[in-house]
Design a protein around this ligand. Structure first.
Ligand code: FMN
Length: 168
């Protein structure tokens, strides 16, 4: 029976993975079984009654893996509650323009499968962890670096989602 919730994510430097784990912990609190997995390690969706899918934002877009996953499983995903979350540095609740841009990173996947909820969370950027290519890009953009993740916001979102998935 499909009684487990899946939280599937992509992550280049681990910050989205940790957000996915926090969402999973929060969803587990009512005793429901939750699997938190990198999206490319997920095969069969039959055990899952709901799926939460997340990606970091790179150059305005989601990483390819979760997009390919949603495309591949779109038919199944349309039959169960699905939620999306994105993690990025430009997610700024005070700035509607930046929020809109962050939300636009989900446009394609939202067209494929309509989510019951979306979440946008601030991420983490630490120069010392970056690949040479990413460091070169970051040198040009010069964003503020650091860990801006707001665990309270992530957990509050997961709590609200729990209620929504239960109703769906
Ligand atoms: C090369 C590069 C490009 C990025 N582009 C964006 C972007 O367009 N929008 C955004 O909000 N964040 C952007 N970020 C920030 C990442 O989304 C943020 O660091 C995120 O937490 C990384 O997640 P990960 O550790 O799971 O890979 C970028 C980071 C790098 C290194």
């Amino acid at each position: 029976m499909a009684d487990t919730i899946l939280v599937a994510y992509a992550s280049r430097y681990g910050s989205t993975a940790e957000v996915a784990e926090a969402i999973g912990d929060e969803l587990r609190k009512t005793g429901v079984a939750v699997d938190v997995r990198p999206v490319d390690e997920v095969g069969d969706l039959a055990p899952y009654r709901a799926v939460v899918i997340g990606s970091p934002i790179y150059m305005g877009k989601w990483l390819p893996e979760p997009q390919v996953f949603i495309e591949r499983h779109q038919q199944h995903l349309r039959s169960i509650p699905v939620a999306y979350f994105a993690v990025g540095l430009t997610v700024d609740a005070e700035n509607p323009d930046l929020l809109r841009k962050a939300e636009a990173s989900m446009d394609q996947v939202r067209m494929l499968v309509k989510p019951v909820e979306i979440g946008l969370f601030r991420g983490r950027l630490e120069n010392s962890r970056l690949s040479l290519t990413d460091r070169t890009i970051i040198k040009l953009i010069r964003p503020k670096t650091g860990d801006f993740r707001d665990w309270g916001a992530v957990r509050a979102w997961a709590q609200a989602l729990r209620a929504k998935i239960a109703r769906a």
